[in-house]
Design a protein around this ligand. Structure first.
Ligand code: NAP
Length: 454
């Protein structure tokens, strides 16, 4: 049984019967059967369904945002924006998939030689709860437009969102079984990966989950795309616009109650401007109004689950025990629900959880450095490599740091890192491999076929 539990109240909203092994087998076989026809449909046929899906999303955005609010605590306003982004993703791939996957002609001695992109079959998506719609749609839109079919194993705490996605795909007029949700526990994922009809896996989630899924997929030689954890560094140089930078940094740290892979997590500030930046930053972080995510006044909801809130607090406690100092927050509030206040830690050093680990909640680690060179060294001193940002008035220098010096998959100058259907998204090091979105994302689950005609 999978249960939706409202993290603001602890109350069970709904329980869902899980699929049996037989049920899973039947769904996978059906999506595979549908693929036999779906792969030969025209781009315009697929695009018409994808456009419909975008319309369905937009027409249901308030209802879906409320569903996220009660299942995982996202503030309704952020939920509406998430659904709009999903609709944009559908429209983007409806419009561009065909041109991204056009044959590429290459001059050789042959009469004709070219690359053709062929769909692989049924792809398994294993997805997290933090952006329960966007994480799925950024996989679903390119995957279906490319002529693949898909099955989804969503996070166990968002079965309502998982079922809503399946329902909307149907409502949009896609053929039956082009996309199906599997209501299963993570221990059942291994059998799904090993199923002969599953051709590849896309996992977004924690680094341990990525390692486990990649090991299984590797043992049966199936391709993976892995979008994993991050501990994104934001560098504040001495010539940064401090007030503006502090605002952007606080927004990035607190969005989705801090539960984003690309949230700013470590703030690396050059000594000269350290005190001034910290003052602005604490002011901004302190402005969050946390409470019921369905209340329009609220800017930050609870965390998604109590166990995750307690784990985060333990990371704070262990960092403080080894010398970190609390500037703001750091106490579990005396109220019902999985709430945690905006928190700032300073004097953060290697060996502390706040320096070494991902803090998946509204806790900021502030690190003082002597100069730009040390800032870059500290930024790269992590096992993760997802996103990063640098704040400076010297755009040329900012760009040089972003392009050449930071070891990450996405780097922004004077803004916070965000995903965008037009730009590739993904990480390096233990943040994973492969890319989603843009032309790169749609080619991940294709057979890049060479055709030579003599
Ligand atoms: P998680 O615990 O790793 O779960 C993610 C998904 O993987 C869930 O569906 C989960 O199922 C499943 N799963 C977990 N362990 C598994 C295993 N051993 N084998 C097969 N499946 C497994 O992560 P989360 O707590 O939901 O999400 C937070 C993490 O995701 C953070 O580390 C965050 O940085 C990362 N994330 C990364 C990106 C990115 O694009 N790079 C985006 C969003 C989130 P159950 O729920 O049933 O356990």
């Amino acid at each position: 049984m999978l249960k939706s539990v409202n993290p603001a109240t602890g109350k069970i909203i709904e329980s869902y019967e899980t699929h049996s092994e037989k049920g899973v087998e039947k769904i996978i076989n059906s999506t595979n059967k549908t693929w036999q026809q779906w792969k030969s449909t025209s781009f315009s046929q697929r695009a018409s369904c994808m456009q419909n899906l975008s319309t369905v999303l937009r027409s249901r955005k308030e209802e879906l945002a409320r569903l996220m609010a009660i299942e995982m605590g996202k503030v309704v306003k952020e939920g509406v924006a998430e659904i709009e982004k999903c609709a944009w993703g559908c429209e983007y791939y409806a419009q561009y998939a065909e041109s991204f996957l056009e044959n590429e002609h290459i001059e050789t001695e042959a009469f004709r030689s070219y690359i053709s992109y062929q769909p692989l079959g049924t792809i398994l998506a294993v997805m997290p709860w933090n952006f329960p719609f966007w994480q799925v749609f950024r996989f679903l839109a390119p995957t279906l437009m490319a002529g693949n079919t898909a099955v989804l194993k969503h996070a166990s705490n968002v079965p309502g969102c998982a079922m809503a996605i399946e329902e909307m795909v149907r409502e949009a007029g896609f053929p039956e079984n082009v996309f199906r949700t599997l209501l299963i526990a993570s221990k059942q994922v291994e059998n799904v990966i090993r199923h002969p009809a599953i051709k590849a896996v896309s996992l977004t989630g924690s680094t341990p989950a990525g390692k486990s899924v990649a090991a299984i997929a590797g043992s049966v030689l199936k391709k993976c795309v892995l979008e994993l954890g991050g501990s994104d560094p934001y560098i504040i140089l001495e010539d940064a616009e401090l007030e503006k930078a502090a605002k952007i940094c606080a927004t990035s740290r607190l969005l989705n109650a801090g539960q984003s892979c690309i949230a700013a997590k470590r703030f690396i500030v050059v000594g000269e401007v350290y005190t001034e930046f910290l003052e602005y930053f604490a002011q901004e972080m302190n402005q969050a109004i946390f409470g019921d995510p369905c209340d329009s006044e609220t800017t930050m909801g609870p965390m998604a689950r109590k166990d995750l809130r307690n784990e985060l607090h333990q990371q704070v406690v262990n960092s403080v025990k080894t010398g970190a100092e609390i500037v703001l927050g750091g106490e579990i509030p005396n109220r019902k629900g999985a709430f945690y206040p905006p928190t700032i830690l300073e004097n953060v050093k290697p060996g502390m959880p706040a320096y070494d680990e991902e803090l998946f909640g509204p806790v900021a680690s502030v690190i003082r450095v002597k100069n730009e060179a040390e800032a870059i060294k500290v930024a790269n001193d992590t096992e993760f490599g997802l996103g990063a940002a640098v704040f400076t008035r010297d755009l040329k220098n900012g760009e040089k740091i972003a392009e050449n010096l930071l070891e990450v998959g996405c780097c922004f100058v004077n803004d916070f890192v965000k995903s965008d259907p037009r730009l590739p998204f993904g990480g390096i090091k233990t943040s994973g491999y492969g890319r989603e979105l843009s032309t790169h994302g749609i080619k991940e689950f294709m057979n890049v076929k060479t055709v030579v005609v003599k």
